[in-house]
Design a protein around this ligand. Sequence first.
Ligand SMILES: Nc1ccn([C@@H]2O[C@H](COP(=O)(O)OP(=O)(O)OP(=O)(O)O)[C@@H](O)[C@H]2O)c(=O)n1
Ligand SMILES: C[C@](O)(CO)[C@H](O)COP(=O)(O)O
Length: 248
Amino acid sequence: MSDVTRPHRTAAVIPAAGRGVRLGPGAPKALRALGGTPMLIHAVRAMASSRAVSLVVVVAPPAEAAEVRLLLGEHALPERTELLVVPGGETRQDSVRAGLDALPPDVTSVLIHDAARPLVPVDTVDSVIEAVRDGAPAVVPALPLADTVKEVEPGKPGEPEPVLGTPERARLRAVQTPQGFDLATLRQAHAAIAVAGEGATDDAGMVERLGVTVVVIPGHEEAFKVTRPLDLVLAEAVLARRRATDGY
Ligand SMILES: Nc1ccn([C@@H]2O[C@H](COP(=O)(O)OP(=O)(O)OP(=O)(O)O)[C@@H](O)[C@H]2O)c(=O)n1
Ligand SMILES: C[C@](O)(CO)[C@H](O)COP(=O)(O)O
């Protein structure tokens, strides 16, 4: 739980060590260009543009850590932003843990933000931080679903899968990043899950397993994850519109 007597310091950890297999062959996803600039740089700028974030830890693909340090030196970022680069691990969970291990002792709260969500607006980042600083131990931006969801019995690829049920859509949310945490709570969750040897697709899911309440705040359509080739087409269009309308 957060210690109200300690001054706040918020850091952002950006897991960027994935290969991007679903995006197709090429460089690691975070290093691929979006509007001529590596996706990772957009994600770092999105975190650094919040005045509450004073440290950004980039978790790089291990073979490209030196290249990532060079890239960060070549692109303009706010002067107030301290930057660290550490090598990532085999899974997203391992990479996040490597980022948490690099945080200095004065950090009290942390954002975990996918490099693969390069266009999250700063207002969403600020809303997550505000909710954590107001005392929520774990905060997740999320959106209602546009599609109806079926639970199925997974079968072989291409084969029909029996439907087990239809969850009530009004109760479902599609979860984004940055997810914000009281740092001590997130460290505890990562330690517990590592011991249990279980996996999780997001950090909030690990905190839930501690029995700690996670809260959802409104996400943003432009915080979508670049996962497949069509997502990159959409990201280019969103970026082009931003550049035309607000000189982004
Ligand atoms: N070992 C890993 C795997 C993923 N990630 C990061 O976690 C975020 C979310 O993962 P996803 O978008 O699913 O990326 P990839 O794992 O790269 O995608 P794919 O499964 O298509 O290879 C990304 O910013 C990715 O770089 C990471 O830091 N370390
Ligand atoms: C953390 C996350 O972005 C929440 O939607 C997502 O779960 C990470 O994606 P992955 O494909 O499972 O790595």
